[in-house]
Design a protein around this ligand. Sequence first.
Ligand SMILES: [Zn+2]
Length: 371
Amino acid sequence: MTQWHRHSPFSADHGREWEERWEYSADGNARRSFDVRVRAGKPLDVLKLKGVDLGEVRDYAAFLESTSARLYGAGADIHRLQDCPLCHASLDDAAAELAVFGVPYVRCGRCGHVGVGARPQPEVLDAIFAESETHSSAYVDRSAIETRMTQIIAPKLDWCTEHFQGRNRRQPRSVLDVGAGGGHFLAGAMRRGMAVEGFEKSRASRAFAREAFDLELREDDFLSAGGTPVDLITFWGLLEYVAQPRDFIAAALRRLTFDGMLVVEVPRVDSLGTLVQGMEGAVVARHMDPTTHVNGFTDASLCTALVEEGFIPVAAWYFGMDAYETCVQAALRANDPGLFEVLADFIPVIQQALDRGRQCDDIIIAAVPAR
Ligand SMILES: [Zn+2]
């Protein structure tokens, strides 16, 4: 009972965005359709990728595995997920999709969402994240700030503002980022003259934002915090961490201006990256990491949640790190950093093909309140 269909042109993607029609039919209700502007691919800096230290990847994976043993191992207080957090279907007959560090992820039969099937209470995962310097370090590398602003933040800001401008004939004046990390995105928005507000649970990341950008991020809970309406709300890599992603989407609807836009980036589970990480002997240091990422999304699971909470999707951007992941796994397996140096040259073209074929491990969706 597939609920989502898409109509896409044969000739999609010759380096440009294109229009698709996405259709949703919930049980017994009339079909709804949405015009979605789609982009595939994002430039990759191969030289930076080549700087990967395989020993560091192995060490970080070992750290995650020991954290995972604490969270899910013998004596841990874990609870089976009863219903899909995205579409609310029962997970009674959900099949195991893959296991990472021995922790099974199960797939919802209705929307395809993949999540850790039995997990600690949300407060336990929150506490691990809030106090972990290691989790934050990936986001708060001081020496890389300007590179990150140019290569990662600017393209995302451009994409958000272009789509906002296209709909509203004006630039967004205010932006709220939940799970703001070291504050890079908000700092980029500030440089463009926007008023900014950010929420971040990690103590180390808040300290970094203060020091690097003179930005005070809020420690309190976005779900219960009030505030004035904002034009743009962004969740960059947030919803994979949370027990109930729909609560965040609903809270975003309450905070947006009537012509506002919500932008959500999540890991895509139906991707080469996931398949490679599900292989025997894989070394998992990102993506399907059960110590933090309890959710792996499908286009259908994310869009179902958005639509059911009162949004309509208007734009999508497909890209990923699958080729990098595959090459890292191959080099680790061969125990040969030289192999990675050779394979790395192929990463941009392999990734381009995966992005265009929607086998990539990341997606950004822009959605606006349904009116
Ligand atoms: Zn579901």
